[in-house]
Design a protein around this ligand. Structure first.
Ligand SMILES: C[S@@+](CC[C@H](N)C(=O)[O-])C[C@H]1O[C@@H](n2cnc3c(N)ncnc32)[C@H](O)[C@@H]1O
Length: 192
């Protein structure tokens, strides 16, 4: 069986030209408000896809950013954007669920982001435990996810939303949880 947090699932999609919802100004504005200026601190974008969010963290907010994805085609696409004079984010092909995280460029991150990714993690508790190990005290975990029930019953994409039990798993055990809604999306800023 093909599971949804594996390269076997994602690589053919990226290699075949599949793309996902683009970042827009309202989402970027929310992210900027919650994360603040990076001032060279390390940030990690998990499931970076084509790298748009990681580039925003790196070039606009000033984080020293690493983007990781399980799909080699996604990582290649992300790296292909780095042509300007300023060095871009570091890109790595990493499975967040199984890879040795000590191989990442930094031992811990001030900001970890994860956009349209949590939905696909099969063992969400294990995934969140790995994220917690990578966050510095006082750091921020920024999660963007669809919420169930926001699309019409007839919408073929209605299964993309996470259900209340998955929201509970995501938001439990943090010292502070902030949430902001954007149409079908909810953005969470989670603090250890
Ligand atoms: C819906 S896409 C979102 C991509 C990007 N974050 C965006 O917002 O456009 C989900 C991404 O998660 C990545 N992914 C899925 N499972 C993963 C895993 N176990 N480790 C790392 N990345 C993973 C996929 O390859 C894919 O790029």
């Amino acid at each position: 069986m093909t599971t949804t947090a594996t390269a076997a699932y994602w690589e053919p999609l990226w290699a075949g030209g599949r793309r996902y919802r683009q970042l827009d100004r309202p989402e970027n504005r929310l992210m900027d408000e919650h994360l603040g200026p990076g001032r060279g601190r390390p940030a990690l974008d998990i499931g970076c896809g084509d790298g748009a969010l990681a580039r925003h963290l790196h070039h606009e907010l000033g984080y020293r950013t690493t983007g990781i994805d399980i799909s080699p085609s996604a990582v290649a696409l992300a790296a292909a954007h780095d042509e300007g004079p300023t060095p871009g984010p570091a890109w790595r092909c990493v499975d967040i669920t199984t890879s040795d995280l000590t191989d990442l460029p930094e031992p811990a991150y001030a900001v970890i982001t994860c956009r349209l990714v949590y939905r696909w993690m099969e063992d969400k508790t294990a995934f969140l435990n790995r994220v917690r190990h990578l966050l510095v005290p006082g750091g921020t975990f920024w999660v963007v996810t669809e919420i169930a029930g926001r699309r019409e019953d007839t919408d073929p994409l209605r299964g993309l939303g996470i259900r209340p039990a998955e929201v509970e798993t995501l938001t439990s055990g943090w010292s502070a949880v902030q949430a902001a809604d954007l149409d079908v999306l909810r953005c969470y800023a989670l603090h250890p």
